[in-house]
Ligand binder design. Structure first.
Ligand code: HEM
Length: 438
């Protein structure tokens, strides 16, 4: 509990024990046995589930908040069924439309930011991510429903590490209430679509409902997702893709700001790209593929920040890891953060050095999105969002950091900066104009 409430973040608990006990240690948390592993080779075989000895398992509060049918928490067969239905939503075509959508939202937002504006990067990135997710998944983009979604999703995220006590004043209870509000909105939207009141939508929900119809025609009822599965997984995708991306963008801007040489090289590349495509309405996937240095910046920021610090699994049978006996039912956590900062894997691991890629890209050493059958479904989207934000931000603005404190938000599941990273903006274009006038 002390670690959950610490400004060093909940990971401090793991870090201190790893220093003391090494690559593989066991501890008791909330009455259950947890093993933490920071060896790259063991991580690989556990995450790739070689031998089928492991499944995914989150703590009770997370699985209750996301719901019994959430892809993130589902066990093997159920997971395979849901993943097979969701994976088609993340096609190259969806990715391409999504990049343009996200760019439109970033351009809209940044056009209201002027010289002198005080921005909390994390809050702005969170608003943008929530808007983009809600639009892509269920076509909610503005209005009261978006506000309710934004607030409720934050409430659910904040309850993830709370003790699962259903008492009205607890964070967990408030999270459950927020989940109920989200479920009510989703139920209303699904029922309108089913009654064909609103059919002209191009979004993930519409594709899931349309696939239902196709499967039903062919009498393949067993594989269709139920409404409960659809609702739990829309919520899962909003949660999985909102906080993570906002946090990753915030760390990325902080790392770039603290490394002026990187910023200069990045600006050089991005200004060139901006000139080349000036006059085009939105950034496209093709444009992003030209951002070679920026892609390294994104990857390095994800390595350094390790937004998702460990990946949880459960042992399905007795087995041996790193020479230790593991009992069936024990929780196994892959310590991704430690592997990202292991000097035998990455040279000078605490230095922000985008140029380390691709030469330091060793198999299974980059775990920001996991590896294997449970790997992040939104990986390409997340990288696309980070590139879009980076491009618009560094080509339009200069900024001054107001609070560079690296304290971590207490009670947060992810590695989240407490300050949110406040900066004051200097609009690049305005500055150029002032120079010309002088
Ligand atoms: C920088 C942003 C992101 C990071 C760092 C991230 C990281 C992760 C990680 C570490 C996992 C779990 C892997 C495991 O346990 O082995 C995961 C799962 C998942 N992520 Fe992401 N993610 C990000 C953005 C997104 C986005 C934008 C979406 C899109 C909706 C998304 C959707 C998912 C889903 C659906 C899963 C569950 C996959 C499964 O269990 O089969 N994520 N993500």
């Amino acid at each position: 509990m002390a670690a959950i409430n610490s400004t060093k973040g909940v990971y401090e608990f793991v870090r201190l024990r790893r220093l003391r006990y090494g690559n593989c240690f066991k501890t008791k948390l909330f009455g259950e046995t947890h093993v933490f592993i920071s060896s790259k080779d063991s991580a690989k075989s556990i995450l790739r589930n070689e031998g089928g000895k492991f499944s995914k398992k989150y703590i009770k509060s997370i699985s209750k908040l996301l719901g019994p049918d959430s892809l993130l928490c589902a066990a093997e067969q159920h997971h395979k069924l849901i993943r097979s239905r969701l994976v088609s939503l993340f096609s190259p075509h969806s990715l391409s439309s999504f990049v343009q959508l996200f760019d439109r939202l970033v351009v809209e937002a940044t056009s209201t930011w002027t010289c002198g504006t005080l921005l909390i990067i994390q809050d702005e990135a969170l608003k943008l991510a929530c808007k983009a997710m809600c639009k892509m998944l269920i076509s909610i983009e503005n209005g009261d429903e978006l506000m309710v979604m934004q607030k409720s999703v934050t409430c659910v995220s904040e309850a993830m590490l709370a003790l699962p006590l259903r008492l009205p004043w607890t964070r967990f209870y408030k999270g459950l209430q927020a989940r109920k509000r989200i479920m009510d909105i989703l139920e209303k939207v699904i029922s309108e679509r089913r009654r064909e009141i609103a059919t002209c939508h191009v979004d993930f929900l519409q594709q899931l409902l349309a696939n239902d119809d196709k499967k039903l025609e062919k009498d393949e009822v067993i594989t269709r997702l139920t409404d409960e599965e659809i609702k739990d997984n829309i919520l899962t995708m909003i949660i999985a893709g909102q906080d993570t991306i906002a946090i990753a963008i915030t760390w990325m801007i902080k790392f770039v700001d603290e490394n002026q040489e990187v910023l200069n090289e990045l600006k050089k590349e991005q200004v060139e790209i901006e000139k080349k495509y000036r006059g085009r309405v939105n950034l496209t996937l093709e444009t992003l593929s030209e951002m070679q240095y920026a892609s390294k910046v994104v990857k390095e920021a994800l390595r350094m920040a390790s937004v998702v610090q460990w990946l949880p699994r459960v042992a399905l049978e007795d087995c041996e890891i790193e020479g230790f006996e593991i009992k069936k039912g024990w929780n196994i956590n892959i310590d991704a953060r430690s592997i990202h900062h292991d000097p035998s894997v990455h040279s000078d691991p605490n230095v922000f050095k985008p140029s380390r890629f691709p030469s330091e890209s060793k198999p299974n050493s980059f775990l920001a999105f996991g590896v294997g059958g449970r790997m992040c479904l939104g990986k390409n989207m997340a990288e696309g969002m980070m590139l879009v934000f980076l491009h618009r931000f560094v080509t339009r603005f200069k900024w001054k950091v107001i609070d560079s404190d690296s304290s971590i938000q207490k009670s947060a599941l992810f590695n989240k900066l407490k300050s949110g990273y406040p900066v004051r903006l200097i609009n690049v274009k305005e500055e150029d104009m002032n120079k010309k006038v002088m």
